[in-house]
Design a binder for this molecule. Structure first.
Ligand code: ADP
Length: 267
């Protein structure tokens, strides 16, 4: 292809500098093109899978190819789950593409993270309870405010807690809000779940990246959650880190700058 044509580098003069620069650029472009087509291949695969399930089970039901009422219920349940997954996938894709084009509008204001953390835990507690998991909540008093978008903050936390619930079979989820130093606060979400292998940790924030594809399917999800979380954290001036031990559990930490420098009007 066009990008395979290399400019010949001869000696250490100006021309060879230029040649090297062009070669580097061509490499970058090729890498960009590769990830783009990989991205679209991923999207079509991710969209096709639930549609295949929907078609298959709808056909079975339509043609009465089931033996018991129980079996029928089971198929309906799969159809229900897969439609939800598809809806979520389309929504997530839309969110992510808007973010990557810089078209997401955040409504910044001074927010009290304690309130947001409490709301997020409340909204996820039913799901935890259904799985027999307890969510332990720990909030430090009188923390300074954070400049951010309350709804987006909640979206970040719900996503992390939802992951913690999905990837944990027993034990508990612990959510903490605390001050780190004078001008930072940290929210951590920790679980006693299946964990993530060390070698996979650097990739989990990439779009569609999942530790073991087949296993992840069983846990639900789209493979986009953490990519969205990371973007949202960064858009609000924060950072995110992950620590995990396979078979023991996982801990996500997000940190945000606070108002404690006394400038509550212009961050
Ligand atoms: P998914 O929708 O598949 O959960 P995410 O982007 O939210 O996608 O997460 C990416 C991958 O990281 C998941 O597929 C899973 O393998 C791993 N992962 C995320 N959170 C956890 C967790 N709390 N415990 C174990 N593995 C996790």
């Amino acid at each position: 292809g066009d990008l395979d044509t290399r400019v010949k580098v001869t000696s250490g003069d100006e021309m060879s500098y230029l040649a090297r620069a062009i070669n580097d650029l061509a490499q970058d472009l090729k890498r960009y093109r590769d990830t783009r087509s990989e991205f679209f291949a991923n999207i079509s695969h991710e969209l096709r899978t639930p549609v295949t399930y929907l078609e298959g089970y709808a056909k079975v039901l339509k043609e009465g190819l089931y033996h018991t009422e129980e079996e029928k219920e089971q198929y309906l349940e799969i159809i229900d789950q897969e439609s939800k997954r598809l809806t979520r996938l389309i929504y997530d894709l839309f969110e992510l593409s808007k973010m990557e084009e810089g078209k997401v509008i955040l409504n910044f204001e001074w927010i009290d993270l304690a309130e947001i953390v409490e709301n997020s835990v409340q909204k996820t507690s039913l799901k935890a309870k259904q799985k027999g998991l307890r969510i332990q909540l720990n909030i430090q008093d009188d923390l300074p405010l954070v400049w951010g978008d309350g709804l987006r903050m909640e979206q970040i936390l719900i996503n992390l807690i939802d992951n913690a619930i999905r990837y944990t079979e027993q034990g508990e989820i612990s959510v903490q809000l605390q001050g780190v130093d004078r001008d930072q606060v940290m929210v951590s979400v920790e679980d006693t779940g299946i964990g993530i292998p060390k070698t996979e940790l650097p990739f989990i924030f990439e779009r569609f990246y999942r530790v073991e594809k087949s296993r992840s399917r069983q846990y639900g999800g789209t493979g986009l959650g953490l990519a969205i979380v990371k973007k949202l954290v960064e858009l609000q001036g924060g950072s995110i880190e992950v620590f995990s031990q396979l078979g023991k559990g996982t801990r996500f930490e997000i940190k945000f700058p606070t108002s404690s420098n006394g400038k509550e009007s212009t961050p």
